[in-house]
Design a protein around this ligand. Structure first.
Ligand SMILES: [Zn+2]
Length: 363
């Protein structure tokens, strides 16, 4: 035998060994392939499960905007009826400060008779007002605080209600009962998420020459009659969160009548806004005694129907807010009022003044 034969002989066992080892490998590989398939399918199953879980979590947690809209919905309901976060405390677009430093030509509440409506009673300016004006004038360069605006006498006109509701501000609205569109306008306001009040007609000084309209509370009525009229009026403005007085310069001076009235508001879970049609009003005092939250109107913005006057009253409102921290205004659904609010309310953002929706005091 040659050395080649030896080599072949040597090679062959190696080849055999190779074959043997490769067949061994096959035997080892067979179960490992199954192993891989097993793990791959397990991985796929796991991936699918994770995907399913993710989808489930997106169903239970809707996107941010959806969640916000869900938060808004119940705000109209009774659970949290006084908050309107989509407009409330929103910082309004900035505008030149000069617009707010314009001085009003005269005192806001200086006993003037508004020429436009039967709401003819404006409280006299008292010493307290004058003092706060003086302080306000010193601080006007840096107004801080919040303001709310109520538009009274709603319910007479749907078109004007639509216009005011289209303003991108959290205004509050007080609807008169028994007007041509009281219920319809009340529903529009409620649906818009704005604060809705019953504008309760009450006896004015000078009654009956000065007429507060149908269903007014009069001091000559019995307690039962007043209660019946209040409940009837409330039904005309469904969804009202509070009440303010339409006229009522005589009625709101009567402590007994106001105490009774406040007890009925407490029964209904309503708050009160004193329109302050008389300086001698005891409305909020009576409310405090009974435990009903009460706010007072600080400024009437439109008892003179000129742009200049209304702008100056808005500046006055800003001054009050800067000294008191919070100030409340009442306006009416006039075209000029609408235009001035539309053109000027964005300027309240100057130095941190905010227009906020009217809420139940203390909430
Ligand atoms: Zn009124």
């Amino acid at each position: 035998m040659t050395s080649q034969g030896k080599k072949r002989k040597k090679k062959n066992p190696v080849g055999k060994r190779k074959k043997k080892s490769s067949s061994k490998k096959k035997r080892i590989n067979l179960p490992s392939r199954g192993f891989i398939v097993f793990w791959a399918s397990l991985l796929l199953l796991w991936g699918g499960l994770m995907l399913l879980l993710q989808q489930m979590s997106t169903i239970s947690k809707p996107p941010e905007n959806q969640r916000l809209s869900e938060v808004r919905k119940p705000l109209i309901s009774e659970k949290a009826p006084y908050k309107m976060p989509h407009t409330e405390k929103r910082r309004l677009p900035t505008a030149p400060e000069t617009e707010l430093t314009e001085k009003p030509e005269e005192e806001a509440d200086a006993g003037r008779e508004p020429p436009y409506s039967t709401d003819a009673e404006i409280p006299e300016a008292n010493e307290e007002h004058k003092v706060s004006h003086a302080i306000a004038d010193r601080q006007i360069q840096k107004p801080r605080g919040t303001v709310s605006i109520i538009i009274d006498d709603m319910g007479r006109d749907i078109e004007s209600a639509k216009k005011f509701l289209a303003l991108p501000y959290p205004l509050a609205f007080a609807v008169l009962p028994y007007e041509a569109h009281s219920k319809e306008v009340a529903e529009m306001i409620r649906k818009s998420g704005r604060t809705l009040l019953l504008h309760m007609p009450m006896e004015p000084r000078g009654y009956p020459e000065v007429n507060p309209g149908p269903g007014a509370l009069l001091l000559s009525q019995s307690e039962e009659e007043q209660y019946r009229l209040f409940k009837k009026a409330l039904k005309q403005v469904p969804g009202a969160l509070g009440v303010n007085n339409h006229m009522g310069s005589r009625f709101t001076e009567d402590r007994e009548a106001m105490r009774r009235f406040m007890r009925w508001l407490k029964e209904e879970g309503l708050f009160f806004v004193d329109s302050r049609t008389t300086a001698k009003t005891v409305a909020c005092e009576a409310a405090r005694e009974v435990g009903v939250p009460c706010l007072e109107r600080n400024v009437f913005i439109d008892h003179e129907l000129t742009r200049k006057f209304i702008v100056s009253q808005l500046a006055e409102l800003a001054r009050r807010a800067s000294t008191q921290g919070y100030a409340l205004a009442i306006g009416h659904p006039h075209e000029i009022t609408y235009r001035v609010l539309r053109d000027n309310l964005s300027r309240y953002s100057v130095n941190g003044l905010q227009l906020v929706s009217l809420r139940k005091p203390g909430e």
